[in-house]
Design a protein around this ligand. Structure first.
Ligand code: ARG
Length: 572
């Protein structure tokens, strides 16, 4: 429990002991919301404004604060002082330090983990790339937010299922094959990979503008895939293999993996019963020859299920996939980490699932996010100027390599550290702001070792490790937590104490950036502490306490970075 929650609970207890029969007094939770941090630390660490109690008690706030302070019995947690209607709390700093430090020492690197999610399953649909398309920077957010949420939920004891819902079905694959047959060669594609595939596809689109017969040919090839024609299937599988091989290189760089690659084509033979079910439930209506689920009541356009020619679409496959996931994994939540542009699509399919009578439809959540641009340019949309994620990542690594060369010429494993720092810088930027905000990627900021950046947090972690390497063996010494009563240590301890709550909140709000924020705050607080205090000097019992605090900061920063998918080198 974080400090404020605890103080609020104790204040509520104190209030109830004084006025057990009064109605309309705030509960602990409300008090928690009212607690404030006084602007001037000499006024206390926290303050409870008693004004809210004036009405139910029909008493002036200063009298109330005085009465509460007089009745306060928990000096072990905090001493109190009434000031102008405020009940001011001064934490018992030594006890507070002892409490946080013993929690850390008991849990070690599992500090902040819990079994909150024991027996519960969360499905996470993320990354979900499209076959025959390159992995561009637009896929970074879905990949990293999804990966981070997997780790966060896993750390809280949930079983997680990471699903890469591949975009591997649709008429475009017929066109691809057609283009390949006309203008491509096996060697060309083997050598050029997705770049060559993209070139062929672009040519198809261009030529089809003047030659409508080409479209028909493309459609015919897609029909062949659908009908299981061996040649079409073989080429299609091969395209898929090439796409995945290239994607895998990016996933390896990012340290991301999946439990399932069941994409759109996986559901092809599973849609029929779902469509029948929709029909049986009277949900399908015909509209201009197509079959749709009417959503007028819900103020949404109809959800298209079957096109005029009887073909299924993206939505049909998503509805089928949701049902499949529920039947297979019995999820308690199914998260879709997909850009905000698909907001309507998800509202429609969730509503259709609800209309079908699935009570779990409410457990499906669209975790949307904004756009990534690069030095102000929206990349994914600009023709001929798509920033490929792999290039970006490799560039980040080589830039990090240069900085490391300059800063730490004697470092042993420079290549390894450059990889960790370069990739970390990109991931940090991606997860640094509220996910719905657009992100503008800038090299100077991402790689600024002194600013709010991945390298800065990693550097702080390495600094903690370096202090710990230099520290003598304190294993026989009992740390004296009184050494941690200064303002800097207390500020750090408060952040560490809150960390487990941050993880829970990040899970609740599907917001990895809350962890990024927390880990940055902790790094800043540790650096402040580091500059103000001589950690290894003085009495062993005092030095042991400061070293333990350093170890606590190290451990929490490492966990925090891990939760957002960033590695923590021990030297850099
Ligand atoms: N492949 C899609 C795209 O790149 C994203 C799929 C998201 N997941 C889903 N179940 N619809 O736009």
């Amino acid at each position: 429990m974080d400090t404020m929650t605890r103080l609020a609970a104790l204040a509520a207890e104190c209030m109830e002991s004084l006025w057990p029969d009064t109605e309309g007094l705030p509960a602990a939770e409300e008090i928690r919301g009212l607690l404030a941090v006084p602007p001037d630390p000499s006024m206390g660490d926290y303050a409870f404004p008693c004004f809210r109690l004036a009405r139910p008690l029909r008493t002036a706030p200063p009298r109330i604060a005085e009465a509460m302070c007089a009745a306060w019995k928990r000096e072990d947690v905090a001493s109190v002082q009434p000031v102008n209607g405020y009940m001011n709390f001064f934490l018992n700093r030594v006890n507070f330090a002892a409490e946080i430090m013993s929690a850390l020492q008991a849990q070690g690197d599992r500090y902040g983990a819990s079994d909150l999610g024991k027996g519960k399953t969360v499905c996470l649909d993320y990354s979900s790339i499209n076959i025959a398309k390159r992995f561009h920077i637009g896929h970074l957010s879905t990949t990293m937010i999804g990966h981070s949420l997997c780790r966060i939920y896993g750390f809280l004891g949930y079983t997680t299922v990471g699903i890469n819902h591949l975009g591997d079905w649709g008429t475009q694959f017929g066109k691809m094959i057609c283009a390949y047959k006309k203008w491509g060669t096996r060697e060309g594609i083997e050598a050029g990979g997705l770049t060559e595939m993209t070139r062929l596809y672009v040519r198809f689109e261009a030529e089809a503008e003047n030659d409508p017969a080409l479209e028909d040919e493309g459609r015919a090839w897609f029909k062949k895939i659908e009908d299981g024609d061996p040649e079409a299937l073989e080429i299609f599988r091969w395209f898929k293999e090439i796409t995945l091989k290239e994607a895998m290189r990016v996933y390896d760089l990012l340290g991301v993996s999946f439990d399932s690659y069941a994409g759109e084509s996986f559901y092809i033979d599973k849609m029929e019963p779902v469509i029948q079910d929709l029909r049986d439930k009277g949900l399908l209506t015909q509209s201009e020859g197509a079959w749709v689920v009417d959503l007028t009541e819900d103020k949404m356009p109809p959800c298209l299920i079957l096109k005029k020619d009887g073909a299924t679409i993206y939505a049909t496959r998503d509805i089928t996939a949701a049902i499949y996931r529920q039947n297979t994994y019995h999820f308690d939540k199914c998260l879709y980490v997909v850009a905000y542009q698909q907001d309507l699509h998800f509202r429609q399919i969730f509503r259709v699932l609800e209309k079908m009578g699935f009570p779990w439809a409410k457990d499906c959540v669209h975790v949307s996010f904004g756009m990534v641009s690069f030095d102000g340019e929206a990349l994914a949309t600009r023709k001929g100027h798509v920033v490929l994620l792999e290039d970006l990542l490799n560039q980040a690594v080589s830039k990090a390599r240069e900085i490391i060369e300059e800063k730490s010429p004697n470092l042993e494993n420079k290549d390894e550290v450059a990889r960790q720092v370069g990739i970390g810088a990109v991931i940090y930027t991606d997860l640094s702001a509220n996910r719905i905000k657009d992100i503008n990627f800038q090299w100077d900021r991402a790689l600024n070792f002194d600013g709010e950046s991945g390298p800065y947090v990693q550097y702080t972690h390495a600094r903690c490790c370096s202090v710990l390497r230099k520290a003598p063996d304190f294993s026989g010494v009992t740390p004296d937590w009184a050494a941690l009563s200064d303002d800097e240590a207390q500020a750090l301890l408060r952040l560490i104490g809150r960390f487990p709550d941050v993880i829970r909140e990040a899970a609740e709000k599907y917001e990895p950036s809350m962890i990024t924020r927390a880990v940055t705050d902790i790094a800043q607080a540790y650096n402040k502490y580091y500059y103000e205090h001589r950690i290894l000097d003085g009495e062993p019992s005092l030095a042991a306490a400061r070293v333990a605090l350093t170890d606590a900061a190290r451990s929490v920063i490492r966990t925090g970075l891990w939760l957002i998918g960033i590695e923590a080198p021990e030297r850099m």
